[in-house]
Design a protein around this ligand. Structure first.
Ligand code: NGS
Length: 292
């Protein structure tokens, strides 16, 4: 079938108004904020979506294009914060960026009570996967196409997850020490165990995601100290996180309210290498497949 889409418009409409009329994001307020008309949100929550990011311009565009209509269909009162790393440190310090994002978002609007921690390369497939917080930490990216829609291990908290403001503070946020791929999310799961919080998940039939393609160079991207940090993490949990953010050697370069998101640009100075023993002596299997 050949379909013709006819768009009629008043000939008096100037190009700018026409652009706004056709722009599907026209109701998004500066900084990527949105709430249903008449403030009739589907819940009493105010949700901040925190997206950490470094050198992934293409992914960010796709993400934003998809997420605004998705979140609006869920009737949420939400805002998107993109926390971008720049500066000397070449490895991606995701936990530190999440802590900075959490702190800066609350400075921007102290009324957020639910935070979604979101990888920029994960695109939700089903609008029934609600972006709200639950009584316990909530892991939303249960079924990812890359893993044939199966959860790789039961304690996984990475990808997309939701925590109330109160829980994030109780857990002292993420560790600031993980720079490079891997481990910061497993460290967070251990913080939850420590506080006897259970991890919950939505139904795998609709908690489905597509992962945008990207390559990972294990030599340059991975964090070689991650197993060491994990093995010693619980004892540091109360002192490494939100409580020592001031000492974490970073600075917020700018906070800009863009059309579709609030951009928090964070300068991270070169980290001192973490000294650890022989990583092969650490039991990786135990870390990965620990049952809850
Ligand atoms: C584990 C990592 C997690 C990571 C998960 C899935 O191996 O940080 O893979 O990664 N843990 C360690 O390295 C200790 S994924 O393939 O989705 O990027 O989240």
């Amino acid at each position: 079938m050949k379909v013709a889409v006819l768009v009629t418009t008043s000939s008096k409409m100037d190009p700018e108004t026409l652009h706004k009329t056709l722009n599907p994001y026209r109701n998004v307020r500066a900084g990527g904020k949105w709430s249903p008309a008449g403030n009739r949100s589907s819940s009493s929550e105010k949700v901040a979506i925190l997206v950490t990011y470094k050198d992934r311009e293409e992914h960010l565009k796709i993400f934003l294009r998809h997420m605004h209509p998705f979140l609006q269909r869920q009737g949420l009162d939400y805002a998107i914060y993109v926390i971008e790393q720049h500066g000397e440190e070449q490895k991606f310090c995701k936990g530190l960026l999440y802590n900075v994002g959490f702190t800066e978002a609350l400075k921007d609007d102290p009324t957020y009570n639910c935070f979604i921690f979101h990888d920029v390369d994960l695109i939700p497939e089903d609008v029934r996967n609600l972006y709200t917080c639950r009584k316990s930490p909530f892991h939303l990216s249960v079924a990812i196409d890359k893993f044939e829609y199966k959860l790789p291990y039961v304690t996984l908290f990475g990808g997309v997850s939701a925590l109330t403001k109160a829980h994030y503070e109780l857990l002292n946020g993420y560790s600031n020490l993980y720079c490079g791929w891997g481990g910061e999310d497993d460290d967070m799961t251990r913080r939850m165990f420590k506080h006897k919080l259970r991890l919950s998940r939505p139904d795998k039939d609709f908690a489905r995601y597509k992962m945008l393609a990207h390559s990972r160079n294990r030599t340059t991207d991975d964090n070689p100290a991650r197993y060491y940090l994990l093995s010693t993490g619980v004892s540091r949990a109360d002192t490494d996180g939100l409580t020592d953010l001031q000492a974490a050697n970073y600075s917020v370069t700018s906070v800009t309210h863009k059309e579709l998101y609030t951009h928090i640009l964070v300068n991270i100075t070169k980290r001192r290498p973490i000294k650890f023993g022989n990583p092969h002596k650490l039991n990786k299997t135990k870390i990965h497949h620990r049952r809850m």
